[in-house]
Design a protein around this ligand. Structure first.
Ligand SMILES: Nc1ncnc2c1ncn2[C@@H]1O[C@H](COP(=O)(O)OP(=O)(O)O)[C@@H](O)[C@H]1O
Ligand SMILES: [Mg+2]
Length: 332
């Protein structure tokens, strides 16, 4: 694949101008030294796109050859995520419980408290952070052809596995491939002086989740659960897995805890209430707080302006900020 691309590029640029060609499944990033020749890049894009399985092509120009990087950490080491002080994983026993919604709003709440925050979307099964932060479809930028610039939206740095691969590709990946792609993306992104990074983990407790929790140097895990019993059983599995590999559980968040009618303000406990609180007491894990099921929370995330960013003084935002504060206490 790389050779075919090289051949195409060589029709327009000198071979020594080709600094790197990176292929991430359906995405190709070509980095060239020197400035763009007229119409060359669009022609290259068209030709490379006509190759099998190529969906996205980015041609990047740099002024000088990049300095070679030290070799990546060996497989047994923890990944070296440079520029990041602390990492918190957000996990859930199953999908659809609001893990991503909680991740993004907690990240924004930490940023509101003056921290330099990053959000990394590692959910290969359903990367939704680009939508929630409003950068869906934006190309990944690289200045040197070998590292990525984080997206900067709502005052937080962010990167998503969804920016590099499409969902169907991720679903057929075997565990090691998915883990390798996440490693490359998180260690090759230029994080700038991050106090806390939040990671939206893939849901569940399978092999991928296990190797991620062994490789990421996590300072702790937050488990998101809904009050339904079945979700709580899944949450217990999650707690067990992380405890087995020695990662501190910072606490459990109960999402969709109760429903507030958007017309009359009545509170209804549709799924029962405080299930997560009881479970956390049983497991001797901290209960971090509860978030209601409310249309404003869903709509703001769907629109790329999560509630903590779009209305920081609303009761929902305050609920997220309280959770963030509890979290920081546990992190010390
Ligand atoms: N507290 C909430 N109130 C209303 N809608 C919510 C809430 N939490 C999540 N949602 C919605 O539920 C759906 C699933 O949430 P999401 O965060 O994507 O779950 P997960 O990441 O666990 O799969 C999304 O449409 C989201 O907007
Ligand atoms: Mg999600």
């Amino acid at each position: 694949m790389e050779n075919k691309i090289k051949e195409i590029v060589s029709n327009f640029y000198k071979t020594e101008q080709i600094e790197s060609i990176k292929v991430f499944n359906s995405k190709v990033i070509i980095t060239l030294v020197g400035s763009e020749l007229e119409n060359a890049d669009s022609e290259i894009t068209v030709r490379v796109k006509s190759l099998d399985n190529v969906k996205k092509v980015s041609v990047v120009h740099t002024v000088s050859k990049n300095v070679s990087k030290p070799s990546p950490a060996s497989f047994d080491d923890k990944w070296n995520v440079k520029g990041v002080k602390k990492i918190i994983g957000v996990a859930s026993g199953k999908g659809g419980v609001g893990k991503s919604t909680t991740s993004v709003n907690i990240a924004l709440a930490l940023a509101n408290q003056g921290m330099n925050v990053a959000l990394f979307d590692a959910d290969i099964y359903g990367p939704s952070i680009p939508t929630m932060l409003g950068y869906e479809g934006e190309p990944v930028r690289s200045f040197d052809g070998s590292t990525f610039e984080p997206f900067m939206h709502a005052n937080i740095q962010s990167m998503s596995i969804g920016a590099l691969i499409d969902r169907n590709t991720a679903l057929i990946w075997r565990g090691s491939k998915a883990v390798g792609a996440i490693q490359q993306l998180i260690t090759d992104t230029n994080w700038h002086d991050v106090d806390v990074m939040i990671i939206d983990m893939p849901p569940g407790t399978g092999d991928i989740q296990l190797s991620l929790s062994q490789k990421l140097d996590l300072n702790g895990i937050v488990i998101v659960s809904t009050p339904q019993d079945i979700a709580l059983i899944d949450a217990v599995k999650g707690v067990n897995m992380f405890q087995k590999v020695g990662i501190p559980i910072l606490g459990i968040v109960e999402n969709m805890s109760y429903y507030i009618c958007e017309n009359c303000g009545t509170r209804a406990e549709i799924f029962g209430h405080e299930g997560a609180k009881e479970t956390s007491e049983k497991l001797k894990v901290k209960f971090l707080g509860e978030i209601p099921l409310h249309i404003e929370i869903r709509e703001t995330s769907d629109n790329g302006m999560p509630v903590v960013f779009s209305s920081p003084d609303s009761p929902h935002s305050i609920a997220y900020e309280n959770i963030a504060k509890e979290l920081l206490k546990e992190l010390k």
